[in-house]
Design a protein around this ligand. Structure first.
Ligand code: PGA
Length: 255
């Protein structure tokens, strides 16, 4: 299981450091059954890295460029992220697809660059509200997952994380029901098994994201194919984030 906090474009340097300290204090030492990660804005990665280094809390970035270096003004590469201690990078978040022209093709390039260099991509997929209303979620998610993972040579299950984030549930307070989440997670599980075989496909963490909070985490995390959460709003509140981690620990103890 993995609980990852996506801080989005929030926190100045000082706030990022104090939030990271609070998370450490609230979450304590993460156990091996439930991994914990936080993803601050690029400019605060290094400051947060010095807070969490040596602890079990892992660091992630919110985006990455597929090239190693070069004339790509404003972009940040895989080795740069690894140089400041990142273990993960979120790839293809719906806000990036929606506002920054990311496509299934660019997502695929990023995933390949990450996996090749052992930075773990958290690949986000999910349908929009109108696609859900037209009952197209399976078609959309299947296309997104297939394209994101096309040509990816995965050494093991820990090298990839997938996050199902229905766009209509992000930051809206509207959550997918546990049944809706499980239905799409099971679909993703099948695609992962198809791509990488039974052993790896079954062990890849599939996170749910979209208004996950302490009130709904337990039910969502209890679903067979929900292996954690990608948390936006609630990750900025250490007590709420810690409560979600606690739910994941309880669930891991049952499994
Ligand atoms: P939310 O965001 O928890 O605020 O809905 C989740 C995400 O966008 O990753």
């Amino acid at each position: 299981m993995l609980i990852a906090g996506n801080w989005k474009m929030n926190t100045d340097r000082q706030r990022a450091v104090s939030l990271a300290r609070d998370v450490l204090e609230h979450v304590g030492d993460s156990d091996s059954d439930v991994l914990v990660a936080i993803c601050p804005p690029f400019v605060n990665l290094e400051a947060v890295s010095s807070v969490v280094s040596g602890s079990a809390v892992r660091l992630g970035a919110q985006n990455v460029h597929h090239a190693e270096s070069g004339a790509f003004t404003g972009e940040v590469s895989v080795p740069m992220l690894q140089g400041v201690g990142c273990h993960y990078a979120i790839v293809g978040h719906s806000e990036r697809r929606q506002y920054f022209c990311e496509t299934d093709e660019t997502v695929n390039e990023k995933v390949k660059a990450c996996v090749d260099s052992r930075l773990v991509p958290i690949v986000c997929v999910g349908e929009s509200l109108s696609e859900r209303e037209e009952n197209k979620q399976e078609e959309v998610v299947t296309r997104q997952v297939r394209k994101a993972l096309s040509g990816v040579d995965l050494p093991d299950a820990a090298s990839l994380v997938v996050a199902y984030e229905p766009v209509w549930a992000i930051g809206t307070g509207r959550t997918a029901t546990p049944e809706q989440a499980q239905e799409v997670h099971a679909l993703i599980r099948g695609l992962l098994v198809q791509s990488f075989g039974e052993t790896i496909g079954k062990a890849i963490n599939i996170l749910y994201g979209g208004s996950m909070n302490p009130g709904n985490a337990e039910e969502l995390l209890a679903q067979t194919d929900v292996d954690g959460g990608l948390i936006g709003g609630a990750s900025l509140k250490p007590d709420q984030f810690a409560a979600i981690v606690e739910s994941a620990r309880n669930q891991a103890a049952i499994n």
